[in-house]
Design a protein around this ligand. Sequence first.
Ligand code: HXC
Length: 515
Amino acid sequence: MSIASKILDFFTRKSKVVEGGGEKAIQKQQAMGKMTARERIESLLDPDSFQEMDLFVEHNCTDFNMDKKQLNADGVVTGTGTIYGGFPVAIYAQDFTVAGGSLGLAHARKITKLMDHAVKFGMPIIGINDSGGARIQEGVNSLAGYGEIFYRNTRASGVVPQISVILGPCAGGAVYSPALTDFTFVVDKISKMFITGPEVIKSVLGEEISMEDLGGARVHTEVTGNAHFFAESEIECFEQIKKLLSYIPWNNRKTADAIKPREPKITYDITKVIPSDPRKPYDVRNVIKSISDDSDFFEIQDGWAKNVVIGFARFDGATVGIVANQPMHLAGVLDVDSSDKAARFIRYCNAFNIPLLTLVDLPGYLPGADQEHAGVIRHGAKILYAYSEATVPKVTLILRKAYGGGYIAMCSRHLGADFVYAWPTAEIAVMGSEGAANIIFRREIMASSDPEKTRQEKIKEYTDKFSNPYVAASAGHVDAVINPEDTRKSIIHALMVSKNKEEVTVKRKHGIAPF
Ligand code: HXC
């Protein structure tokens, strides 16, 4: 064969493989409002940056007439490229048009090879999931493939960012790869994620449920907390991924790229965010926007466990991870879900060298048998563990209430905060004045000729004593009481001086986190 014929042969082979599952299957994909695997990669990455690997990989399954089936690229497109103007990434996209994107051993090994590259080269890995799960014809070999992916997801955790995008079904054990990764993106009406599908549920439990109600995008962003970002369309989802990548470093040896600093927008006035009545709620995101660069706040998991707010912002151009109680929801209490949400984010920031800013305003942990029985002790411990373990710079600002266990848990000095600031509105106490007075002055109140008057006097006595930041400041638990207008300046200063923080920890294999 001449060189020209060999090159022609190469193009013929290549064009056949890139057809995926063929015209009919592609039309079905498009009719569902879904892009093809290759369109997704092209839309997400920088133009012309994608270099495909393993295009010609084939399965070697011979059962169930599989030897007669050519599965183009074995149902998954893998390779490397750049995103967001030059950020290198490893990416794979399952091709539902080829055998339903089902995962056989060759398909899995294309993914694991890419994951190994990502870890070796220190770049994020993005996995686009659109698959009917384990390739049924391959039996245990497909299960082996999943196992090899899960193993690498775990080993890569905290080394390179791992991003899962659910753009179709992600069924059965397949869900555990996204669950092991750092961030999961879902799209309305397109993403479906569940362990057992509606048919199994019907046959085993006799219950009817639609795929959407079982594991649709809203379910995972509002009910289960399995997904971190919800989008209306695939294009919107890709914009969210790019934005996320702009805040985080490529790997755990780097810090996130800083950008040009900007002042907060004047529309956010820090002096007006907190209501004068301490019992009134407010939106803590307005505090964040009144102090962050350009009033920007990239919120994560905004639809789930809303009593705590997490996300990225920038101060003086550099990324900061923010954890804040949200007085607008359940008065900002910590409970099972909000503890899980905050703890995982704290560990992410710590693994990837992102300083933590904690904004405190909470009455404590949520009381009640429901929470106790749901394991609030075990889940609540995660946040204590995550903060105590974190060695990145930790800055805490107490805005208003910091009561009881909540005070300790929200990155108090006692869990290793490097800087603890409090506004003059801060109330740092074991519990709210009313509850405290009812307990410690119970006898005096009962013995009084006017119990209600005495109760009010005792509440005032306790309020005067503890509903301020000065007792904590006099003990050195708070480093400085600051004027709210100086908040941004103080935070930027704290982050600047703690930039080269180093903490020596006792040698150990790893701790036993309460999860
Ligand atoms: C082999 C599969 C497949 C699979 C789909 N296909 N899933 N082939 N193994 N798991 C094939 C179909 O046979 C069909 O091939 C093509 O993909 C498109 O599938 P359709 O059913 O026509 O598509 P749709 O109607 O959109 O339904 C999508 C679906 C459904 C809901 C995902 O295909 C489905 O229920 N699939 C099986 C899901 C499942 O139970 N997976 C195994 C889970 S167990 P043709 O040739 O007709 O076009 C598991 C264990 C992993 O994953 C454990 C790891 C720890």
